[in-house]
Structure formats: structure tokens, C-alpha cells
Design a protein around this ligand. Structure first.
Ligand code: GSH
Length: 257
């Protein structure tokens, strides 16, 4: 059976799980030891990131590469739209969500759950994140246009690429404007079995998150500050969070591939 290394709160893992559920492909999930020392997981994911997928002898990391593999290997119920132009369109939406939108929610989690900032700094970062999310929602509203789904007529890759991020923002209280096309789309997509299963798995994981800051403070959990996330923290005004994390050795960059 397929094995998916994941975490229920990872939007990247949620993208992959939604595709697997939509296609009815059986899989088992494992939450790796993200605190290091999980050699089996490290062999599947050189940067120690979830998700990674193990299919027999083959191990694949990166949600987009995994999604491509799944759609190629199990072409029934395709997640990609039919034409090259439409595929490029939804892949661009995915790219922006994965590399811009994700960092904003990640930053909010760094503040709320991992308590990297408190007081005025936390307020400033949260306020900036809220404005960035509103801008992202406006962009998504334009991208959706009059379509039923980001993918077009039917649910697919474009939708599973957007949902985890809009849902993540809502968890922080940043909701698409009521009555907007994005809000209506959210309601349609959240009602799907594939998506419900992901949400249902995420809620209990979130319940345990209130204490997670202690793991960071003790240095047991060293979080990855990579690319767009590192950039988000700096450009949103949190360079001192980065400096303190380096000083206390509870942030990390890339692991050598
Ligand atoms: N480009 C990768 C990104 C995966 C990623 O960054 N996953 C996060 C969880 S959402 C992770 O495992 N981070 C490790 C850490 O924070 O130490 C993908 O699309 O799968």
C-alpha cells in the first residue's frame, strides 16, 4: 500500500491527501518524527519536509511532484484540466499559493502557536498578515472569476491547491468576504468528502498545538525557515525573530540534500 509521510496540519500534505481521496486510492499515513533522527523518513525527504510518498521502492518528495505522479499513474478522475493552457493556468495558481500564500499562514502559526513574537511585534506581524491575506483573497477572487471551480467546470488540481490555504487563514480568523465568489467556492469545496476527511484529521491535531511552543523554546523542535517563509518573516518586520531563532538554535535552513 502507498505510504504517505505527512502531518494533518500541513497544507502541502493536505493537497496530496485530497487527490488520493478523490481518486479512491488507498494509502496509509505516518507522521514522521520531525524533531530529527527519523532515518527512514529522511531517506524519502532530503529536506525533512512533509509530505513524501513511498510507492514500493520509489520515494517522492514535494507535493507538486507527488500530485503529478499520482495523476500520471492513476489517470482516472484526472486532477489536471484537459488542455495545456488550462493546466498552466491552475499550476500558476498553485505556485502562488505554495510560495506566497503559504508563508503568511505559516507566519501566523509562528506567532500564535510557536510564540516567536509577543506584544507589539506580534500585533504588527498579525496586522500585516491580515492585509496580505486580504490581498491574496482579492487575487483569488479574480482568478476564480465566474468559474464554479478553480479547475474549471469540475473540482481538481486548482481547487486542492487553494483550499488548504484559505482554510488555514480562516483558522486564524481571516475569512473571505461573505457573499464573495471565493466564499461560495469555499462552501462547495468544504462539503466534499475528500476535503472533509482532511479537515476532520486536522482539528484534533490543532487541539494539541497549544503546548507546542515549549518544544521550540527548549530547542527540541528546530523549525525550517526556508525560502518564502524566511522572506516573509523578514519583509513583514520580524527580522529579530530570525536573529533570536539563530541565536537560540531553534530555527534551521536547508538540510544538505
Ligand atoms: N515544497 C514542499 C514544501 C513542503 C514543506 O515545507 N512542508 C513543511 C510542512 S507544511 C515541513 O515539513 N516543514 C518542516 C519544518 O518546518 O521543519 C512541498 O510542496 O511539499
Amino acid at each position: 500500500m502507498l505510504k504517505l509521510y505527512e502531518h494533518p496540519l500541513s497544507p502541502y500534505a493536505q493537497k496530496v491527501k485530497i487527490a488520493l481521496y478523490e481518486k479512491g486510492i488507498p494509502f496509509e499515513t505516518t507522521i514522521p518524527n520531525l524533531f530529527g533522527g527519523d532515518d527512514e523518513f529522511a531517506r524519502t525527504s532530503p529536506r525533512l519536509e512533509v509530505p513524501s510518498l513511498v510507492d514500493g521502492e520509489l520515494a517522492i518528495f514535494d507535493s507538486s511532484i507527488i500530485l503529478e505522479y499520482i495523476d500520471d499513474k492513476w489517470p482516472e478522475h484526472p486532477m489536471r484540466p484537459a488542455t495545456p493552457a488550462e493546466r498552466a493556468r491552475v499550476r500558476m495558481i498553485e505556485e502562488i499559493c505554495d510560495t506566497y500564500y503559504e508563508a503568511i499562514n505559516w507566519g501566523l502559526a509562528e506567532i500564535r502557536y510557536f510564540r516567536r513574537a509577543t506584544g507589539d511585534l506580534a500585533a504588527k506581524l498579525t496586522e500585516r498578515a491580515g492585509r496580505q491575506i486580504a490581498g491574496m483573497h482579492a487575487r483569488l477572487e479574480r482568478d476564480l472569476g465566474s468559474r464554479t471551480y478553480f479547475n474549471g467546470e469540475d473540482f481538481g488540481w486548482g481547487d486542492l491547491s487553494v483550499f488548504p490555504y484559505v482554510n488555514g487563514s480562516m483558522g486564524f480568523g481571516f475569512t473571505p468576504p461573505s457573499g464573495s465568489a471565493l466564499s461560495e467556492w469555499y462552501g462547495r469545496v468544504a462539503a466534499r468528502d475528500s476535503v472533509r476527511l482532511c479537515i476532520d484529521a486536522a482539528l484534533p491535531a490543532l487541539a494539541g498545538f497549544d503546548q507546542v511552543h515549549q518544544l521550540v523554546e527548549s530547542g527540541a523542535f528546530v523549525r525550517e525557515y526556508r525560502d518564502h517563509r524566511l522572506e516573509w518573516m523578514i519583509r513583514s518586520g520580524g527580522i529579530e525573530v530570525v536573529l533570536e531563532g539563530l541565536e537560540r538554535k531553534n530555527i534551521r535552513f536547508h538540510v544538505e540534500p
